[in-house]
Ligand binder design. Sequence first.
Ligand SMILES: Nc1ncnc2c1ncn2[C@@H]1O[C@H](COP(=O)(O)OP(=O)(O)O)[C@@H](O)[C@H]1O
Ligand SMILES: [Mg+2]
Length: 248
Amino acid sequence: MTDLLSVRGVTKRFGGVVANQGISLAVPHGGIVGLIGPNGSGKTTLFNSIVGYHPIDAGSIALDGREISRLRVPEIARLGLARTFQQTRVFGKMSCLQNLLVSVPHVHEGLAAMCTRQPRAVTERAREVLRLAGLQDHLEQRAADLSFGQQKLLEIGMALMNEPKLLLLDEPTAGVNPVMIDSLIALLRDINARLGITLLVIEHNMRVMMQLAGYVYCLAHGTVLAQGSPAQITADSAVIEAYLGAQP
Ligand SMILES: Nc1ncnc2c1ncn2[C@@H]1O[C@H](COP(=O)(O)OP(=O)(O)O)[C@@H](O)[C@H]1O
Ligand SMILES: [Mg+2]
């Protein structure tokens, strides 16, 4: 069976900076794949390339066997791709429920269109997603009044409104306290096991990686430095050196 996501030889330059150079990786259907690497190694750039945020300079990106590297963000989203951001993006003045409702893709074509389309089904899904995220008691609460970790949960919920096949998460646990990290791990495992959504997760916390990912790629200087099981990666001397070498 073809992989759900197949990245082959992707190169992305910003002027003289080669942010990604000949990166290849695969995410199997139903899997959870991790992406690690020191700051500046090109992880977020790769996500931006996959979601269609910017054109790539070389290589190919296929979703479910279909080439997507020349499509744009909304077209790729419609094919079943969603992402969360390294800097959390929720609408602070809106309630949790409203945050989910405005995340439905066709809302951008006009809020009215959504309201006349199938409000009941959309609202029902939003409630279901908030339950899954453990935010059912915060439906009407302003997102700005949630804890940072809860905002992370909400942002993942927003991505789920799209009913994606593949969800890309950019450092979902960064800056989150240990108790909330466990909630995030539980949510991600649920999303994968119960909703059948495939995950590609950028994550620095190896404890989280060990609990989540079946396979991990490590980037350094825009290329794949190592790949393997989380146990293999944590024991890999080149990986350890890349991380230590990146420290001031
Ligand atoms: N929009 C951009 N314009 C110019 N340079 C960029 C841009 N985005 C990323 N870069 C550069 O690409 C490299 C990789 O960055 P990034 O993908 O954000 O790394 P990571 O997410 O692994 O920390 C860095 O040198 C960064 O400065
Ligand atoms: Mg990044």
